[in-house]
Design a protein around this ligand. Structure first.
Ligand code: PLP
Length: 295
């Protein structure tokens, strides 16, 4: 049934508040607080071989994020995972991402304070196809630029308020780069949508420690644990761009790229400007972990 298959491809199925609907029909109210105030939380999990990668970690972070803003999930996390799986199955998604967002719902009027009545939080999900394991940029490495980190003080919450990252990543795109590293007080906080790492000349993997200054990356957490299990030295501390440019390697991690080498920062090469062996090895290790533990 090629026509039907094509139809599925062109108009994937999304999930909106209890219903599976074609993406083009998936709508929420203009009074939704996610739309009006960015009063919402999101998560992105990778899909490999039709299964969710490290999803327990993403759901744990979702629970933490909603807890930090006193937002009650409209479904249990067990049910949320069932919906994610059903959406993956309905879209016949083999490799890609599941995006989910929960907001404080739509009240009858625009009011900053939380709704007083019984307003149900909005829960939406959609999928996108993406070749993650064989991504060309994993072989070539990526260029990053640096921008000032102009975000708010609670970056540990995975909030949908992403305007600073929109501007940072647009600046990167205009400069022909794939990611922006955000700088605060002279140190790299993280990438616009990724965690930042370097490998020092002494073979120490360095990434900033978790705090309110960065999002606690799920991929970061897994990569740090996998590296430590293999007796690689990891130091969780801030680093500067000067240190990154003097490093043996640099790389980023995220659910949507796994581990990706950084070969230039603001047009300056990192080492010889080619992906290094440690980033390559960590990527292989993470892919094995992802495949082995996906649900
Ligand atoms: N840091 C920021 C600001 C992000 O937006 C993301 C992912 O979107 C990450 C780090 C990486 O997190 P994860 O590995 O959980 O995808």
């Amino acid at each position: 049934m090629p026509a039907r298959q094509q139809e599925i491809h062109l108009d994937p199925i999304a999930y909106v508040n209890g219903s599976f609907v074609p993406l083009s029909d998936a709508k929420v109210s203009i009074l939704d607080r996610g739309f009006l105030f960015a009063d919402g939380i999101y998560e992105v999990a990778a899909v490999l071989d039709g299964k969710l990668v490290d999803n327990a970690s993403h759901l744990a972070r979702l629970e933490r994020s909603v807890g930090e803003i006193a937002l009650k999930l409209p479904e249990t996390v067990a049910r949320i995972q069932e919906i994610q799986k059903e959406l993956v199955a309905r879209n016949k998604l083999v490799s890609g991402l599941v995006y989910l967002e929960v907001t404080r719902g739509a009240d009858k009027a625009r009011d900053f304070a939380f709704p007083k009545g019984d307003v149900r939080p909005t829960l939406i999900m959609f999928t996108s196809e993406k070749e993650i394991v064989d991504a060309p940029s994993a072989r070539t490495g990526i260029n990053v630029i640096t921008v000032p980190d102009i975000r708010w003080a609670r970056r540990d919450i995975k909030s949908v308020a992403l305007l600073a990252q929109v501007l940072a990543k647009q600046a990167a795109a205009e400069a022909g780069a794939s990611e922006a590293w955000m700088i605060e007080d002279g140190f790299v906080t993280e990438g616009g949508s990724s965690s930042a790492f370097i490998l020092t000349q002494d073979d120490v993997i360095v990434t900033r420690q978790n705090s309110n200054a960065i999002l606690p990356g799920c991929t970061r957490k897994a990569v740090v644990a996998l590296a430590e299990e293999r007796q690689l030295r990891v130091e969780e501390r801030p680093f500067t761009v000067t240190e990154a440019l003097a490093a043996k390697e640099a790389f980023i991690t995220s659910a949507s790229v796994f581990v990706q080498p950084v070969v230039a920062i603001d047009g300056n090469k990192v080492a010889n400007g080619k992906p290094g062996p440690v980033a390559r090895r960590l990527r292989e290790i993470y892919v094995d972990f992802a495949k082995a533990t996906a649900v």
